[in-house]
Design a binder for this molecule. Sequence first.
Ligand code: FES
Ligand SMILES: [Fe+2]
Length: 457
Amino acid sequence: MTIEADQAEGLVSLERGELDRTIFSDPEIFERELTTIFARSWLFLCHESQIKKKGDFFEAAMGRDNVLVVRQRDGSIKGLLNTCAHRGNAVCRAEEGNAKNFMCTYHGWTYDLSGELVGVPGLEELYHNQMPAAGLKQVAQLDTYRGFVFATMDAHAPPLAEFLGRTGRVSLDFIAAQGDMEVVPGIQKFIVPCNWKFAVDNLFDWYHPQITHLSAFQTGLLPATPDATGATMKTAGVLSPDGDDMQFPGGVVSGDAGDQLVFVDVYGHAISGPTVEAIGDFGGMIDHSWRNRPEAIEQLGSMALRSFGHANIFPTCWITPPFNQLSLRIPRGPMETEIWWFTFVHKDASPEQRAAAVSGAIHAFGPAGFLEQEDGENWAQSTLQTRGASSKLIPQVLSMNLGRGRVVNDQDGIDPPYIECSINEHAQLWTFVAWQEWLRDSSWSELRDRTVPPEVL
Ligand code: FES
Ligand SMILES: [Fe+2]
């Protein structure tokens, strides 16, 4: 049995700031997400810097579909499903590389870079010189925005730039506006036993670092000093090794309205986090100087330029501009999520700068990262507790500062819709409100119209 559209109603309450917990482990909901969200939405595949030369390829994930993103002989890019037209075997076992063609290891059917079937063992004797009318299936649409390659399996999806909206485009501009950026070779990949939506919810969560990441801060990995951030509220009961109250950059529990900026936009895209002024330079770790580039000022707009927030291009593309990283939360099962990390550096970065970027990437997030180890434990436990007969009846609470966020729509159309406020859960709630619309399998126009932000969140 699969759930129907009307059963996708009532799982999220914008009014109460509550969710039905079962959405985090119900296998029927998970299967429906694969078709109504991951088979329709534009999804990030890779960056053009990863496939510079003809024959370069990178294997991306679109839900459970594996897609080979391949640089063609004419310089264009194609997205080919990595499944043989004969019996379905994967035609490429490498995660990235360079190829002249793709030969299936089962019976040897061979495809050229464009996915056309060009070789069949025994063509003359067994197929009587009739080449089977088969090739590698392609994604429905593929496009790029400033070097970021996206694709959708839905031929009726709106163009990429329209789908991204201003918030999605600004999210990518956070990296692109820094200059000629490229991906550091080697994508970090690992699996967390949690539902993908917990991992997405958490990227907007500026409430948890002070507790969850206490041990990471105590190691000195990240600075936690009273004057590093301009944080405005101390964290009662949490003491530094010296016995003083500690304050946490990034986990700023601030009572001051205006310390946080939240952008909420069509299709569920959002950016949320402290302002640059509130966060400071993260104890000297963050270089904000790129924000003074004329291109950055022009491309981001005044409000986005002030944001130190984390961005999510719905459903699962997280851009974390402070560290120039992009992460995907790939759904593998109701209780299994694969996390991928792409790290960007400037094309002209020195070896020392590259090494620093890699070191930062390894120590913060990813399989060896302090922060994501601590986060992953919470997501796994939170997912498990959505299955108990009694536990699953308890609603999930996202009501922090609910109803206190007034959405500003910039009349000039330069800044994305935004809220200036104190710490909140608006971006998470907005993500789930949009998620419910996707789950209903609304038409593209319905989906867009119903995810225009309301006046108040
Ligand atoms: S499955 Fe690929 S050649 Fe048979
Ligand atoms: Fe975290």
